[in-house]
Write a new protein. Structure first.
Length: 268
């Protein structure tokens, strides 16, 4: 109930197009009729039902209702903020929080944050632990990609990322952007483009010459989300817009395929 599904968004859009403007949410549900067999008692049967329900629904995107719901309104209560007692219990306290809050800290994270809060002589709150789990994730910081590499006890001069970037030193020097938020830009050409005569109002189009550089970007958002719960985020429109626009001012996505995007970019 915490978010509208993509299925609901499409259904509501259809309703509004048909003039049903009061419809704000439509959700799909399934109903199963489950009966005991062979004279099972209620207590025996309840255990089987629990196992069966776990097989019938996706716990990430669906909820189980014993009775039909009458409203989508949910009374939400904020989780209480609490301190993780690292000073008193050491790493074990952070391990417990990691498990209960689903933070995804690995052994290195647990050692590092335990040592850090012991050094500054205070306990972290549950909110701080959540923030550390998100802000310092591999996706956000690329720790491994830019990290030190030690092979056979010998530290390497280059990181994985620098090895990739160094290929630009031995190839065509036509880059206008190098590895900027999943995107790179190569020098384009002057093209005849169509612009509205006055972008602030409805106006005729006119042609003008402008230099258009070419962007290449790749993403791998494949995990399930509220926007695309079954297929995974698959980057989609939002990822396309973010990656292209963040590479510079005036980006335009002109074509896209799964995992790849080609676009144009104005660079003043």
């Amino acid at each position: 109930l915490n978010f509208s599904t993509a299925w609901s968004t499409n259904s509501v859009s259809i309703c509004h197009s048909a003039g049903l403007s009061n419809v704000t949410r439509v959700e799909q549900s399934r109903r199963f009729l489950i009966k005991p067999k062979n004279g099972q008692s209620a207590s025996e049967f309840s255990g089987d039902v629990k196992k069966l329900i776990e097989c019938l629904h996706d716990s990430m995107t669906e909820c189980v209702y014993q009775h039909p719901i009458t409203s989508f309104t949910v009374e939400t209560r904020p989780q209480p903020v609490f301190e993780v007692d690292i000073l008193g219990k050491g790493r074990a306290a952070l391990e417990t929080a990691n498990h209960e809050l689903g933070l995804g800290f690995d052994s290195w994270d647990l050692d590092y944050y335990t040592s850090m809060f012991q050094r500054i002589k205070r306990n972290p709150t549950s909110v701080e632990c959540f923030d550390l789990a998100q802000s310092n994730s591999e996706h956000s910081r690329h720790w491994f990609f830019r990290g030190r590499m030690v092979i056979d006890e010998q530290e390497q001069k280059e990181t994985l990322f620098s090895l990739i970037m160094n290929t630009q030193q031995h190839s065509n020097q036509n880059n206008v952007i190098k590895f900027c938020d999943n995107s790179s830009g190569i020098r384009g050409m002057e093209l005849q483009c169509i612009y509205p005569a006055d972008p602030s109002e409805a106006s005729p189009y006119e042609t003008r010459c402008s230099v258009r550089h070419v962007i290449f970007t790749a993403e791998t958002h494949n995990f399930p989300t509220g926007v695309a719960p079954f297929s995974g985020a698959t980057t989609g429109t939002g990822g396309r817009i973010r990656d292209v626009q963040s590479a510079g001012r005036g980006g335009h996505v002109i074509a896209g395929t799964a995992g790849y995007c080609f676009g144009n970019l104005h660079i003043p």
